[in-house]
Design a protein around this ligand. Structure first.
Ligand SMILES: O=P(O)(O)OC[C@H]1O[C@](O)(CO)[C@@H](O)[C@@H]1O
Length: 449
């Protein structure tokens, strides 16, 4: 089977000899603790063998619901935040036309996102856009209580009911949430919405291969079977029985931990050369940031879109503090072909590029940047993806998930909780006088006097 490749040679050159190999036994132990569910956070390991456990019947069920929404709606609003948002958006943008919302091909509904911010203008403008549209809503929240999502959903539900009537609205609202708990579950049961369950043992940031990601991706018209097939193949390619040297997820986890622990490389910049991959990096940032950033430890996950950001962040990367390394996602073959034309006048002096594919220029920019940044002291990890299709994106997703599970264990944290994100919520609820927060409200207001 053809698969994504990992090249760490431009990172190991910054490490002492044998530094990656030195992680072999620790990586094996980490993998064993994941397999045997003896690691910290072992009640959140449902993602580990999720791809291979997805049945064709389940994918059919998701596809059937997607087809109903696709038929009834010209716009589908996906409401969710964090892990209940980023995976779907990452895959949809990676696979879609960069101008999908302008092209409006009439075959596929426009997919728009909400519930991932509290911008009043954003929500007003969304509501305004939806005024004359046949729209449906996929409300995604594992806890069912996340403020950003709940707030957006209340607005969307009311608008949908006002435009369609309660009965019709019920046909185009789907909830993806916990089996029993939370306000989203209560509302879905009361209103009779179609629902999908987010398994208890799959945390939000590992949930893209549950209906959380699969339903919006199917609604957008992409092949969820191929996505899951790619993830399933990567599950095999990165299993605990695969030798350390051949296991790309084990190598990735080991090399990033070696760079962090041995060489003080505290920031990993996820780089792409295809704007479509912007949200893959956003998804990856949550995956690694929420998993590893705790106990005052963890690599800070950052991202750049190249060549765009070479003209803004390039200076810092080339010559700023040497605390960074780069992980580049390189797509071998673009889906489309565009040749650079000859121009008789050659006023722009670009005839030396005539007849070349645009991608050839991009690849030389990539190679030139790799050499420049390595010369400048930036270790480089390269992930090469044969093509941007659902199958390879599925591989990439599982590669990063298992890499994260291993890496968090190597770091010595529980990669599957996120206690730190509660602090801002508590303050916000106290400031908003949420019932049940009376003591916190009093205390925070005292502080602000
Ligand atoms: O699906 P939920 O429960 O709305 O949570 C959304 C996101 O919020 C967080 O819980 C952080 O607050 C993330 O871990 C999660 O992905």
């Amino acid at each position: 089977m053809n698969h994504i490749q990992l090249d760490i040679t431009k990172a190991t050159s910054f490490l002492n000899e044998g530094a990656v190999k030195a992680y072999e036994s620790k990586v094996k132990a980490a993998q064993k603790s994941l397999e045997n569910a003896t690691c910290p956070g072992n009640d959140f390991l449902g993602w580990l063998h999720l791809p291979s456990s997805i049945t064709p019947a389940f994918l059919d069920e998701v596809q059937t619901v997607a087809d109903i929404l696709r038929e009834k709606c010209e716009v589908i609003v996906v409401a969710g935040i964090g892990g209940s948002y980023l995976g779907a958006r990452a895959v949809i943008e990676a696979l879609g036309n960069s101008f999908a919302w302008l092209v409006n091909d009439k075959h596929n509904p426009a997919i728009v996102f909400a519930g991932n911010n509290i911008g009043e203008d954003y929500l007003f403008e969304l509501s305004d856009y939806l005024k004359d549209k046949r729209f449906g809503v996929i409300n995604i929240s594992k806890s069912g209580t996340t403020t950003e999502t709940a707030l957006a959903f209340r607005l969307l539900k009311k608008q949908c009911e006002a435009q369609l009537g309660k009965d019709e609205a019920r046909q185009v609202i789907v909830a993806i949430t916990d089996a029993k708990r939370g306000a989203a579950r209560a509302a879905a049961d009361k209103e009779g919405y179609k629902t999908f369950v987010i398994p208890d043992n799959v945390g939000g940031r590992f949930s893209v291969l549950t209906p959380v990601g699969l339903l919006p991706i199917a609604c957008a018209g992409f092949d969820i079977q191929a996505l899951v097939a790619g993830a399933t193949d990567m599950e095999k390619l990165t299993g605990p029985e695969v030798p350390f040297e051949q296991n790309i997820a084990a190598q990735y986890a080991a090399v990033r931990n070696a760079l962090y622990a041995d060489k003080g490389k505290k920031i990993e910049i996820m780089v792409n050369y295809q704007p479509k991959l912007h949200f893959i990096a956003e998804w990856w940032k949550q995956l690694y940031g929420e998993s590893e950033g705790k106990e005052h430890k963890g690599i800070f996950p950052a991202s750049c879109d190249f060549t765009t950001d070479l003209h803004s962040m390039g200076q810092w990367i080339q010559e700023g503090e040497r605390s960074i390394f780069e992980t580049v996602i390189s797509v071998e073959k673009p889906a489309r072909e565009l040749l650079f034309p000859n121009d008789e006048e050659n006023l722009d002096g670009l005839n030396f590029l005539a007849g070349k594919r645009v991608d050839e220029v991009n690849k030389m920019a990539e190679l030139g940047t790799l050499l420049a940044h390595v010369d400048g002291g930036v270790p480089n990890i390269r992930i090469s993806v044969p093509e941007l299709n659902a199958y390879y994106i599925g591989q990439l997703i599982y590669f990063f998930e298992i890499g994260c599970g291993i890496s968090g264990n190597l770091l010595g944290v529980n990669p599957f909780n996120q206690p730190g994100v509660e602090t801002y919520k508590k303050n916000m609820f106290a400031l908003l006088d949420k019932p049940g927060y009376e003591v916190e409200s009093k205390a925070i207001k005292e502080r602000l006097k």
